[in-house]
Design a binder for this molecule. Structure first.
Ligand SMILES: [Fe+2]
Length: 430
């Protein structure tokens, strides 16, 4: 299969997945905004088409917009999330017709395009990869919304793998100069450029923190102990009366959590998820540790000390498979801690990609030498201390998006994302 055939197949596969995710969603759930934090799913759906029209069809052909109004309604900055439920939105059939027309134009352009162009937007199919990753990321956003919406998304949930019994453990990473980031010609700008950084020795958890460990944090009264929390975290916890991760409720039988509308006992084997950065930070303090910096996280995931180079994925260069990582929306849940020994990094950390995004202590800042590409709005407006970096990928992330260098970011109080964490501590002798 040549590159054009591969792209056409990938585009079809991406759209098929979006349609599969939305098929069980009844029209009311599709078009209603249940929470100001998230868009009605139909907004994400139409926005996928608008992004493709704007960044691919219009850029490559200079064609006038199919419908000028759509470019405003489905522009993420012009129409922020809080406003999306009040806008007049396309219904499912109209959005599907619009997406199909954009896609018809995209495929027509694919026939003509030359990938060896001097235009970096086109070279090696960059812009196609951009829109594919964008659609994949909105599929994950749609799942966040569906987790948050009342009622069941699916009648039956997938069974989880068994995992293995593991003891909490930490991995030692010696001090050194390590490469960080990527120079490969793919999205996104904030991963560029590859550069070396000096790190002191550190320890990092071999596994993400589990629900079982987090239950002990709760049982120790940690939500009531101000000294464990940052100043902002304590204020957040107090104002909102937070007592446990999002979607958890307490009954006579213990803690339960809602998974797409199914109320289930909290499974102590699973990585904790739906916690804010504030909760992750307080947990780390309670455990006598701290959150890793994003650079420490990346070295623990990517560095191969024998080959003296970084890997694309923790396990190497081979694309993810269901045996290596819990990605791609298969399980609709994190898998038990210890379920993917074959996906371990060279340094020994497990489940770095898949299951849950992992909060780090780092603010979202540009790397030295950063250049916005292909558009400033992707990363630049978010740089600063308002957002913390998350690394890895969740069970809802599609494999094309998952890689060791990928940088996600969000506000410290966000809990609807599929995020957990692991802890680190300062080095010393191994
Ligand atoms: Fe988007």
């Amino acid at each position: 299969m040549d590159l054009k055939q591969q792209i056409a197949a990938d585009l079809a596969e991406a759209r098929q997945r979006t349609h599969e995710l939305l098929a069980p969603v009844e029209d009311e759930r599709l078009t209603t905004q249940y929470d100001m934090l998230m868009s009605p799913p139909v907004w994400d759906y139409a926005h996928i088409g608008v992004f493709e029209e704007l960044w691919l069809v219009q850029r490559l052909s200079g064609a006038p917009p199919i419908d000028e109004e759509l470019l405003h309604t489905y522009n993420a900055i012009e129409t922020p999330r809080v406003a999306r439920g009040r806008r007049k939105l396309l219904d499912r059939p109209s959005a599907a017709t619009y997406l199909a027309e954009v896609r018809r134009r995209t495929l027509a352009l694919l026939e003509e395009i030359e990938f060896d162009s001097s235009d970096p937007l086109v070279r090696d199919g960059f812009v196609y990869d951009l829109i594919l990753q964008h659609e994949h990321q909105h599929d994950e956003t749609i799942l966040q919304t569906l987790q948050l919406t009342p009622g069941r998304y699916r009648e039956r949930l997938p069974d989880l793998p068994g995992g293995r019994v593991v003891e909490p453990d930490m991995v030692y990473v010696p001090a050194g100069r390590y490469p960080i980031g990527s120079d490969s010609h793919e999205p996104y700008d904030n991963e560029h450029p590859c550069h070396e950084t000096e790190l002191s020795a550190f320890w990092i958890d071999r596994f993400p923190v589990s629900n079982g460990e987090y239950l002990r944090f709760i049982a120790h009264g940690s939500y009531e102990r101000e000294e464990l929390w940052s100043v902002d975290g304590w204020e957040w916890r107090s104002i909102f009366g937070i007592q446990a991760p999002e979607y958890w409720t307490q009954s006579d039988e213990g803690w339960c959590s809602s998974r797409f509308g199914h109320l289930l006992p909290v499974d102590p084997r699973l990585p904790v998820s739906h916690v804010s950065w504030f909760e992750a930070d307080a947990y780390a303090r309670w455990a006598g540790k701290r959150l890793p910096t994003e650079l420490e996280w990346e070295v623990a995931a990517a560095w191969d000390p024998v080959a003296a180079r970084c890997r694309r994925y923790p396990w190497g260069e081979d694309a993810p498979t269901p045996e290596l990582a819990n990605l791609d929306q298969r399980l609709l849940s994190p898998a038990p801690v210890g379920a993917y020994p074959g996906g371990a990094s060279a340094l020994g950390c497990e489940q770095m990609l898949g299951d849950v995004w992992e909060w780090t202590s780092s603010d979202f800042l540009p790397y030295a030498g950063f250049r916005a590409f292909p558009y400033p709005e992707y990363s630049e407006p978010f740089f600063g201390s308002e957002f913390k970096v998350l690394r890895g990928a969740s069970w809802a992330t599609r494999p094309r998006v998952a890689r060791n260098t990928f940088r996600n970011w969000d506000s410290r109080l966000k809990r609807q994302i599929f995020a957990g964490f692991r802890c680190a501590s300062d080095g010393g002798a191994a």
